[in-house]
Design a protein around this ligand. Structure first.
Ligand code: UD2
Length: 314
């Protein structure tokens, strides 16, 4: 049994991770301000094994005290404003959440010489920007187009540099477009597939930014959780960054098509201007993670099928 801290643990990826960690017999402390996360996401998890703090990770004093007193074995930094578009609208606010709050964690570990088995920082494919070379390898050019991408890249580099300078076992993931149950569709900044799913269900109109020919490497949540557990439990995976994706490229139009076929409903679409800072094409080379034993189990059809099965009751 190990003790974990998961920031953003009531969110989409966070709550799915916490569920698996608790199933595996661990204790988990969650810090989440519920800005996008939901306390209901934790309903199915036995309370005995989780401690929940409704706090912002930008509450630096609180975070430092928590780290010092709890002495975590593993720290997973998922707390963030996950929306690229939101960072374009609120660059200064998102900077403190997406960058400064993470550095506060690394700095507390350094200053107090805390012994941790692994610190995992969740970075993003957004760091690759619009560089035309595809698929994206971890060594591909970094072309951040938004405050979100800059903050993710910066937090990632700080994780690796703090790790090497002060001997902290850090590792970073670059998530591509993750989807699945518990992704909150309620904000215009939500992940696109959660919005499509919700519009199909309620009959609301879906606003499509651009022509729908933008491509993404849509990755089902269970594959992401497998990747996280693998990186946390592999000591050699440190001071390094790994793409986490399916390794397949799908256009937004074609994923909408698959959704319509699977549900037998037609999505009502209104077209709008491409979003500022939006990336045209993104998909991953996952060879590096596969080298550690990762094997994605879902393609877009099987992932959508499971997503729809699990959300039909909501
Ligand atoms: C997603 C993640 C981001 C990052 C990145 C890595 C979310 C919210 N964002 O950014 O955290 O890890 O992937 O690859 O999960 N769109 C519409 N209509 C809508 C919403 C979106 O057309 O109502 C478009 C949007 O303009 C974009 C595409 O769908 O072209 C995907 O948008 P997104 O916000 O789901 O994801 P992305 O790729 O910006």
């Amino acid at each position: 049994m190990s003790k974990y801290l998961v920031t953003g643990g009531a969110g989409f990826i966070g709550s799915n991770l916490v569920e698996r960690l608790v199933e595996d017999g661990n204790d988990v402390v969650i810090v989440d301000d519920l800005s996008m996360g939901k306390i209901e996401n934790l309903d199915c998890i036995p309370k005995k094994h989780i401690t929940f703090y409704k706090r912002s990770i930008t509450d630096f004093g609180f975070m430092s005290r928590l780290l010092i007193t709890e002495k975590f074995d593993y720290i997973v930094l998922l707390g963030a404003v996950a929306s690229v578009a939101d960072s374009v609208d609120r660059p200064a606010e998102t900077h403190s959440i997406n960058q400064e709050a993470n550095i506060n964690v690394y700095e507390t570990i350094r200053k107090h010489a805390l012994r941790v088995k692994k610190v995992l920082f969740a970075s993003s494919a957004a760091v690759y920007g619009d560089d035309p070379v595809l698929p994206k390898k971890e060594t591909s050019n970094i072309v951040p187009l938004t405050p979100y991408a800059i903050d993710k890249f910066s937090s990632e580099r700080y994780a690796i540099v703090y790790g090497k300078l002060y001997d902290i076992p850090t590792v970073c993931t670059r998530f591509f477009n993750v989807y699945g149950p518990r992704q909150n569709p309620e904000s215009p900044y939500s992940g696109v597939l959660s919005i499509v799913q919700s519009c199909l269900k309620t009959g609301k109109t879906f606003k499509l930014f651009g022509d729908g020919e933008q491509t993404r490497d849509f990755t089902y949540i269970d594959d992401v959780i497998d990747a996280l557990l693998l990186l946390l439990s592999t000591p050699e995976a440190k001071w390094d960054v790994y793409n986490v994706a399916t390794g397949k490229r799908t256009s937004l139009n074609s994923v909408i098509d698959s959704f319509e076929k699977a549900t037998g409903k037609e999505l009502d679409i209104v077209y709008a201007e491409k979003r500022k800072g939006d990336i045209k094409d993104s998909f991953a080379d996952v060879t590096k993670l596969k080298g550690l034993g990762y094997m994605p189990k879902y393609d877009i059809e099987s992932g959508l099928k499971k997503y729809l099965e699990l959300t039909v009751r909501d």
